[in-house]
Design a protein around this ligand. Structure first.
Ligand code: PMP
Length: 426
């Protein structure tokens, strides 16, 4: 467009934007939360296990203390779904994020089984703080954990096949301060990308300067498909063991977006040595997890196929929401080419890239119009999106009507911000 055409377009968009602001909207696209209809799918949990039904299949009285590693029958189900097998996974309380936090703190305070010293003492020896690789864009709450504990974060590119393995391999091989790496391997947050077997094997096998290098394999969306085809389960613990790095991976997951967010069961999969290490510290903190909740989940989900069937019901509810968002983006922004977005086959997010330097402005315009988007920069360590480009869209929580209004509004804001930027450049 010429500058004059751009000015005309901007005048039209301003009118659309004023109408949007006048509508007095109050819509929230910030967090990837299940909608109330999704939560209703798991409502039978609230009457399980039922009075008199408190014994797990292995004979444990779930009303009592003990069983630190969780119900074996539930570990069997999720060991299959996460590709760890039942013996290399434990079932804990309600949040996988808590386990990610705890393994980090345990490593800082005590070191891992492969550490020479606690991570918190490394700074004095290495001359730099402990560091983690962070595939970007990524999940803000991962970055909050590492930031909070003073772990320096290094951006690495996330590609449609997973974190760029060449970049990761080079960094990890040369810097002994790099002790860890975040990865969301299936339908990543926010891109929806899935790590391929080839990339997973390279991450499992790459030489690390730090003997205690760990990959935080957060499989939060392992079974959360939007299409009929299921993602492949990658047995990363086997890949790592075959490559001579048996302790490299922590596999995380939970039922937060299968049953109830915040009232589900979380899992940690890893080598026996890592699980024993975790249990040593965890047993100081608790006499055991909430086994009644685990029993309730077992009775409700029954087996791995039960989980898959349940996820198909989720899919029916949320696939139309993703389609709606993608249709609106295409219709409103497809021609102008001021934005790019991912078309995920699963997970909870769409990654939406606007013209460099306009993400903050787009989000601020939307906020003033009553549409809350995830804060600018959130998908990057230190909330710093170096290109001010990425916006995370979370379509699951609003109703279809609300979503249509919100997305149309977001498209107007992105276009308006783009005209401002382009005219400014001229
Ligand atoms: N990991 C990822 C990648 C997530 O997107 C989320 C939820 N947004 C979580 C973990 C949170 O999991 P939990 O509820 O088990 O702590």
């Amino acid at each position: 467009m010429s500058a004059d055409q751009l000015r005309d377009t901007q005048a039209d968009l301003k009118k659309q934007y004023d109408t949007l602001c006048a509508a007095g909207l109050k819509l929230d696209l910030t967090r990837g939360k299940p909608g109330p209809d999704q939560l209703d799918l798991a409502e039978p949990l609230l009457s399980l296990p039922g009075a008199g039904n408190h014994v797990s299949p292995d004979g444990a009285d779930c009303r009592n203390y003990g069983g630190l590693t969780g119900l074996p029958a539930l570990r069997e189900i999720f060991g299959e779904l996460f590709g760890t097998g039942p013996d290399r996974i434990i079932a804990q309380d309600n949040a996988s994020l808590r386990i990610m936090h705890d393994v980090t703190v345990f490593a800082l305070l005590n070191g891992t089984p492969d550490s020479v010293r606690p991570w918190s003492q490394e700074h004095a020896h290495l001359g730099s703080p402990v560091k983690f690789l962070c595939p970007v864009p990524g999940y803000d709450r991962h970055f909050s954990i590492t930031e909070h504990y003073g772990i320096e974060m290094i951006n690495v590119p996330m590609t449609p096949h997973g974190p760029d393995p060449d970049v990761c391999a080079e960094l990890v091989a040369s810097d002994p301060a790099i002790k860890g790496m975040w990865v969301v391997p299936t339908y990543s947050n926010p891109s929806g990308y899935t790590v391929t077997e080839e990339v997973a094997r390279r991450l499992a096998a790459m030489p690390a300067a730090a003997p205690d290098f760990r990959i935080y394999w957060d499989n939060a969306y392992a079974v959360h498909t939007l299409v009929e085809r299921e993602p492949e389960v990658l047995p990363v613990l086997d890949y790592a063991a075959e490559a001579g790095n048996p302790n490299r991976f922590y596999v995380f997951g939970s039922t937060s977006k299968i049953t109830f967010a915040g009232a589900g069961v979380a899992f940690l999969g890893s080598s026996k040595e890592n699980l024993d290490w975790y249990a040593r510290f965890q047993s100081v903190a608790t006499i055991g997890p909430d086994k009644l909740n685990q029993l309730r989940h077992l009775l409700f989900l029954k087996d791995a196929d039960g989980v898959r069937a349940h996820m198909a019901r989720h899919r029916e509810l949320i696939a139309p929401k993703f389609k709606l968002v993608l249709d609106i983006l295409q219709e409103r922004l497809g021609d102008s080419k001021i934005a790019d977005w991912t078309e995920p086959e699963g997970g909870y997010f769409i990654s939406f890239d606007v013209i460099d330097g306009t993400a903050k402005r787009t989000i601020a315009l939307a906020e003033d119009a009553g549409i809350a988007l995830t804060a600018a920069g959130s998908t990057f360590p230190y909330k710093n999106d170096p290109d001010d480009r990425n916006i995370r869209l979370a379509p699951t929580f609003p109703s279809l009507d609300e979503l249509a209004t919100a997305m149309d509004g977001v498209a107007t804001c992105a276009l308006l911000a783009a005209t401002e930027k382009l005219l400014d450049r001229d």
